[in-house]
Design a protein around this ligand. Sequence first.
Ligand code: OAD
Length: 253
Amino acid sequence: MSEASIDVSRTAAEGIALAARRLREARRLVALTGAGISAESGVPTFRGPGGLWRQYRPEDLATPDAFARDPRLVWEWYAWRRQVIAPLRPNAAHRALVALEKRTPEFLLATQNVDGLHGTAGSARVVELHGTIWRLRCTSCAHTREDRGVPLAEIPPRCACGALLRPGVVWFGEALPEEPVTRAFEAAREAEAVLVVGTSSLVYPAAALPQVARAAGAFVIEINPEPTPLTPLADVSLRGPAAALLPAIVEGT
Ligand code: OAD
């Protein structure tokens, strides 16, 4: 009987022990995170209860068309999110990924989050698939700048060249930044295990990362309080909050 086929009868403790063992044994590891890993830090998720996309329409706020139509409105929303995130701190799940990175020879953390909390926690081998809310990019010249100022000095902010700056995030309908995506998918194809934490696994191409890893033979571990479209493909799917489960599987033996 394969490990995957006993999934339904496995207890939570068995799942944690198996995930812990696979993580400890893996020399090449990819982690994929989504909004759920930052939920316990206080960052709103997108699709769950209280999720941003339950209150706001992404097409009004997170598309190139929305920005072209009303840059001030889009910027006011991002300025509000920056204000919400600025005082928040990484939680035990972010810190567990730092510990995992330190002990794993080949490790890459691919995050869909734009909050920067992995970097604040101390993760170094990180690719931000959807950009970062702390970087501003000129809509005309090639200029980008890091700006952690809250509140922003002006809304909408402008570049020295006179054109509008935009948030350094990926909007719906836009391509993801090439270099991070290439690195993440290369690492996924090489990985012995992939750890997927706090994502609804609905948004592509990020959602394809664990599928690619699995097709290349990786062991798939999912941590999420709710089942997702990835759950049937996972070798171990642990139901619960990341800040409790991730330290348990990283510190477990
Ligand atoms: P979602 O809001 O779609 O999903 C968050 C996931 O986290 C859900 O599956 C929750 O069940 C889970 N979750 C909630 N609390 C958790 C906790 N304490 N521990 C672990 N998991 C928890 O967020 P993402 O999957 O990240 O893109 O969304 C993907 C992309 O869609 C985002 O990057 C954003 C959004 O539109 C862009 O803006 C381009």
